[in-house]
Write a protein that binds this ligand. Sequence first.
Ligand code: GLN
Ligand code: ZN
Length: 759
Amino acid sequence: MALAHNLGFPRIGRDRELKKALEAYWKGALDEAGLRAVGRELRAAHWQAQKDAGIELLPVGDFAWYDQVLTHSLTFGVIPERFRPHDGKPGLDTLFGMARGVTSSCCGGAHAQEMTKWFDTNYHYLVPEFTADQQFSLSWEQLFEEVEEARALGHKVKPVLIGPLTYLWLGKAKGDEFDKLDLLERLLPIYGEILDRLAEQGVEWVQIDEPILALDLPQDWKNAYERAYHLLQHAKLRKLVATYFGGLEDNLGLAVGLPVDGLHIDLVRAPEQLPLVLDRLPSYKVLSLGVVNGRNVWRCDLDKALAQLREAEQRFGANLWVAPSCSLLHSPVDLGREDQLDAELKSWLAFAVQKCAEVATLAAALNAPGSVDAALAESRAVQESRASSPRIHKPAVQARLAAIKPEDSQRKSPFAQRIEKQRALLNLPAFPTTTIGSFPQTSAIRLARQSFKQGKLSAAEYTEAMHAEIRHAVEVQEKLGLDVLVHGEAERNDMVEYFAEQLDGYAFTRFGWVQSYGSRCVKPAVIYGDLSRPKAMTVEWIAYAQSLTDKVMKGMLTGPVTMLMWSFPREDVSREVQARQLALAIRDEVVDLEAAGIRIVQIDEAAFREGLPLRRAQWQHYLDWATEAFRLTASGVLDETQIHTHMCYSEFNDVIESIAAMDADVITIETSRSDMELLDAFERFEYPNEIGPGVYDIHSPRVPDSAEMVKLLEKAARRIPAERLWVNPDCGLKTRAWPETEAALVNMVAAARQLRAQL
Ligand code: GLN
Ligand code: ZN
């Protein structure tokens, strides 16, 4: 009998109950017992929801107070010195301290552990910190307690652990240099202890996640696998190694040969690996097929999934398991909660609860053919309705896409000629000063937006409130003496949502929240159909701002790659096609801004690097289409119109060629925290266009003095010719307050003036 199981369920709650409880606890409005009660209720509700949907083997250990990697660090006793409790016994506050940092009035406190993206998802985990003399000891009972809790509720469970190699891979070596892999021998006994404890609790199967098997691994890491799993072999329970987010590729032989009892593979991301795995995985092992996409919101094509499962069933029979592709942590919780989605669109979607039901339906289709014919027929009808829906397929958009010519992605003249014309027209000083776009999003702004949405403010009143914000921003910038002004983005709730709301082909959910980190959730917009721009989206605001000043006003747009990366994309067409549709829509906006007299347009691509595939071999293809999408967006204007882009991260080394190929006249980047070192990549590559390296960190309220910024700019000028340097902060200022913003910008303008005087 094929078994329906799940790799993990979202922990945040269908109404974000965990978020609310955590924030109340941190504020002191909820005590620990209250917080723990919320956790218990959520776990119970989530197990029940999965069971009701037909999942037979339920995950335990997918719940986390903040992050599952952090839970593992506590479990293994990987607690950095600065957080170690005096009595040696870590508690919930140790955990939250590691996640959020500790402020202390007497002793300086402790900075939080670093956070970074979980593979290519938008989920962030807390990076374990290892030292050369790292010791491991079983220090946290959560997993065992939750197993007990589930069993007391009568559930059949499968604990989920992050595998030893993936855990070490995710961490960072601190202090004296050493090889993380050297810690493996010390870590493995803890895994042994955990597996023994679970076996004692009567656990039959444990899921060990090793998603790094979908990455390009160095040879010594590959070699470590067999040894590690041999050492875990004695445990008296069965082990399913789970891989996801990509194909096994060169790690396939290694994965199928591990001395474990089963293997999970992701057939959504890498369907091509099925025949290879069928050929090479011994059939006495369990094969778990991830056929329902855990990363997106669309209903599964059950016929297609069933065909894959039937192929596997011929060889694996009762050893075949059915699952989502990865943990459902990355999908919203319950579509049933959506009360305002239009019925047709809703019929195309599935969130975590519905995905569990799809897994169960597929297992039932194998186990009792004919028993779920109605569900299969319904799935077929949904696929057919989507395939032919005029809401999705827009001939005009497709025709425009088909008519794109190579010259559409090419500015009229090369940079060297453009910049001459732009300089003549813009007449800016050396080291021109500007900001990245947003100014403080004050509570007054948010209140105005909320009142407008609730109908308490008329459209005219709302426009006037935003105009007042723009007037204020322009006044401040003129007073500060900035050279290129911005309107401040007061009217934008979010840099993607603002545009998505105005494009055709985007839909919005009310409760489609996905955990981003800790208590923070995001609610990505859903791209459901061909994308187009019915009318101008920003021109009125920007033109209004320009009308207030003689200085140059910079138009502000979000680029196609970032729009795509921070949305739930379609699955029926490639990312590339969706990026091109977005590019055409935003291109029209760039052209309209130019026609309205705007001479500089910034196209933000904050998520450009995020789109990189996990495997190197696939990088170039991505970089090619992502670069092309940007160029298509930017190339509809005259040479005289200056195109800026902005990227807020700090690794350019391996993508510098593509950054240059984007051919933006000016790029602003985050550099202040790296002490300008990341400009090395631009210097080595002899990056030809203009650059604005951020001169101060906007993530902190700290106001650096102008001497500090002068130093940074001097460093920058040693790497990039002075005539190509701009002066700006690292990123937008929306999270800051006005006083610190003005104070920092005063110093920034002074720094630029000092550099000009030194020329
Ligand atoms: N223009 C945006 C802002 O200033 C850019 C934000 C970002 O890069 N994340 O807020
Ligand atoms: Zn930024």
